[in-house]
Design a protein around this ligand. Structure first.
Ligand SMILES: Nc1ncnc2c1ncn2[C@@H]1O[C@H](COP(=O)(O)OP(=O)(O)O)[C@@H](O)[C@H]1O
Ligand SMILES: [Mg+2]
Length: 210
């Protein structure tokens, strides 16, 4: 396995989709094969899991925290084995929207499970695969909520959690980045789109040529 695995993290509305698309274009411009994917939902099984978790509502009732963590882990196991590893095996660059860090920030920091428990099951599900680089688009929850509204999103189950939850998630991401500065690259997501892209490319360029 010798490709490069890059993940984007940050709250909803931080600009992950926007920046992943720009990075994909830039990488393809350098002649690299890019596989752009996301969690949850990057496989057919995962899409069903995502549908249940984000929009299940009355159909499934209140979801127990451990059950939720295991559903995300099931999506991850399928996605890593069917999409990410095969792409890395053929030297592609995988650009992925959300990965283990989202589980840690959302379910660990924001909810009732211990971060280390969530890390353990996630790592097991992923067969120990960690990204080469994780880009954190860091933004205060009020600004990202404003962006989501202007994007015209209806709130899904996670997004309608209260402000304190979103603040805890942001702090969770920042703590993860601080604990692993070699893997993480944090960018101020309130900057203009082009400026963020320039900073990301600066970091990725050094990485790709190594
Ligand atoms: N740097 C930025 N400055 C202002 N608006 C942005 C920026 N990046 C993205 N947006 C806008 O904010 C909204 C959310 O961006 P998006 O890329 O969909 O975020 P995410 O994928 O993280 O949820 C979109 O309407 C997008 O056009
Ligand atoms: Mg997105």
């Amino acid at each position: 396995m010798s490709g490069t695995f890059i993940t984007f993290e940050g709250g909803d509305g931080a600009g992950k989709t926007t920046q992943a698309a720009l990075l994909e274009q830039w990488l393809e411009g350098r002649g690299l094969e890019v596989v752009r994917t996301r969690e949850p939902g990057g496989t057919r099984l995962g899409a069903e899991v995502r549908r249940l978790l984000l929009h299940g509502g009355d159909e499934i009732g209140a979801v127990d925290a451990r059950a939720e963590a295991l559903l995300y882990a099931a999506d991850r196991a399928q996605h890593v084995s069917k999409v990410v590893r095969p792409a890395l095996d053929r030297d592609a660059v995988v650009v992925q929207d959300r990965y283990i860090d989202s589980s840690l920030a959302y379910q660990g920091a924001g909810r009732v499970l211990e971060v280390d428990e969530v890390r353990r099951i996630s790592e097991w599900a992923a067969g120990g695969l960690w990204p080469d680089l994780t880009i954190l688009l860091d933004i205060d929850p009020e600004s990202s909520a404003g962006r989501r509204r202007s994007r015209g999103d209806a709130a899904d189950r996670l997004e309608s959690e209260d402000v304190a939850f979103h603040i805890a998630v942001r702090e969770g991401f920042r703590a993860l980045a601080k604990a692993d500065p070699h893997r993480y690259f944090t960018v101020d997501a309130t900057l203009p789109v082009d400026e963020i892209h320039t900073r990301i490319v600066g970091r990725v360029a050094g990485f790709i040529t190594r």
